[in-house]
Design a protein around this ligand. Structure first.
Ligand code: NAD
Ligand code: UDP
Ligand code: UDP
Length: 336
């Protein structure tokens, strides 16, 4: 006859009345830039218990300093390319370096993180019945031939270039998410994140906003990679975190674009940073890296209609908030 499989046994504490309405949430990559802001927001809700799993490749314990030792918080040094056994209700799967200099540093590791890491987190979601959200990227659109980018666009990605470990890695991660959803009924959410900036970015992260702000504060020339007419759209991190939580809590699987549709050329960005932070610095045109997307701007109609989400903080408001944070960390005086 058919042997009924015993359901996975949750820990006795989690069955107790006290914990019944609590939500235990795993955040992979939670020691990183976006992850640590997400953890801050999740911890504000006293019903949430948060577990962070991070290998500290680009993230740091400092980003989570205020939660270490908190009874509802736990930090695990863990590499997502290895299996992970925890009992959770939700998984925010962010683990993956996001800055080109870091994801290109060990491209094979980047692919493993995206593919094996996502597979492991899906296996975990399947075993415990958790809902899982993947932070995918606008890079899945590659060097886009449609502008602005809608979720229906399949992208224009070089499969063998130096960025492929990241963008093709994320594309496979999205495929895995949908296959686990269709084959195993896992509840999935996919966010396609567009360029995000804000306090706590690594000062030498290599991404454009952190580079320009650090250069302006240090009185160095701003390195605009040629031709300087390429565009990006920058979302402030608190808006991003708000969008991710809405997506997790809502009913739509995605993929859904989350980003700020304000579009700037890198030359405009450099001029804005110069104007705001240090009018004495020069702009210097330097060589670009291969396969740099020429334009990028999200169509956020879906996020607006399905999640009721829209970004609130414009670049002109967000840059000074980041400047303050960089001044502190660089040991510079507060702005007069
Ligand atoms: P980040 O580099 O600051 O954070 C990534 C975190 O993941 C770090 O704490 C790092 O130590 C950790 N990590 C990396 N590899 C790991 C592994 N194998 N095992 C465990 N932990 C690992 O980057 P971020 O900007 O906070 O990005 C977070 C997520 O958002 C990433 O998945 C990224 O692809 C995505 N995203 C970010 C942006 C952006 O502009 N910041 C844009 C698109 C997508
Ligand atoms: N996995 C994990 N934690 C779990 C359950 C699974 O890390 O709690 C990993 C597991 O090691 C495997 C992957 O997730 O490599 C996919 O698991 P799944 O059960 O879907 O596939 P299988 O183990 O059958 O290959
Ligand atoms: N960029 C630049 N100067 C820098 C770093 C980057 O002009 O010091 C440009 C880069 O060529 C790209 C854009 O800024 O067109 C965004 O690059 P970033 O690495 O921040 O993120 P990406 O969107 O490429 O992942």
């Amino acid at each position: 006859g058919v042997v009924a499989k015993a359901p996975p046994s949750p820990s006795p504490l989690r069955n107790s009345k006290f914990f019944q309405s609590n939500m235990r949430i795993l955040v992979t990559g939670g020691a990183g830039f976006i992850g640590s802001h997400l953890v801050d927001k999740l911890m504000e809700n006293e019903k949430n218990e948060v577990i962070v799993a991070d290998n500290f490749f680009t993230g740091s314990k400092n980003n989570l300093e205020k939660w270490i030792g908190h009874p509802r918080f736990e930090l695990i040094r863990h590499d997502v390319t290895e299996p992970l056994l925890v009992e959770v209700d939700q998984i925010y799967h962010l683990a993956c370096p996001a800055s080109p200099i870091f994801y290109k540093y060990n491209p094979v590791k980047t692919i493993k993180t995206n593919v094996i890491g996502t597979l492991n987190m899906l296996g975990l979601a399947k075993r415990v019945g958790a809902r899982i959200l993947l932070t995918s990227t606008s890079e899945v659109y590659g060097d886009p031939l449609e502008h602005p980018q809608k979720e229906e666009y399949w992208g224009n990605v070089n499969p063998i270039g130096v960025r492929s470990c990241y963008d093709e890695g994320k594309r496979v991660a999205e495929t895995l998410m949908f296959d686990y959803h269709r084959q195993h009924g896992i509840e999935i959410r996919i966010a396609r994140i567009f360029n995000t900036y804000g306090p706590r970015m690594n000062i030498d992260d290599g991404r454009v906003v952190s580079n320009f702000i650090a250069q302006a504060l240090r009185g160095e020339a701003l390195t605009v990679q040629s031709p300087g007419t390429q565009t990006r759209s920058f979302c402030f991190v608190s808006d991003m975190v708000d969008g991710l939580i809405r997506l997790m809590e809502g009913e739509c699987t995605g993929p859904i674009n989350i980003g700020n549709p304000g579009e700037f050329t890198m030359m405009e960005l450099a001029e804005t940073v110069k104007e705001l932070i240090n009018q004495k610095v020069e702009l210097k045109l330097v060589e670009n890296t291969p396969d740099d997307p020429r334009q990028r701007k999200p169509d956020v109609t879906k996020a607006k209609t399905l999640l009721g989400w829209e970004p609130n903080i414009s670049l002109l408001h967000g840059l000074p908030l980041m400047e303050e944070d960089f001044r502190q960390r660089l040991g510079l005086p507060k702005k007069a």
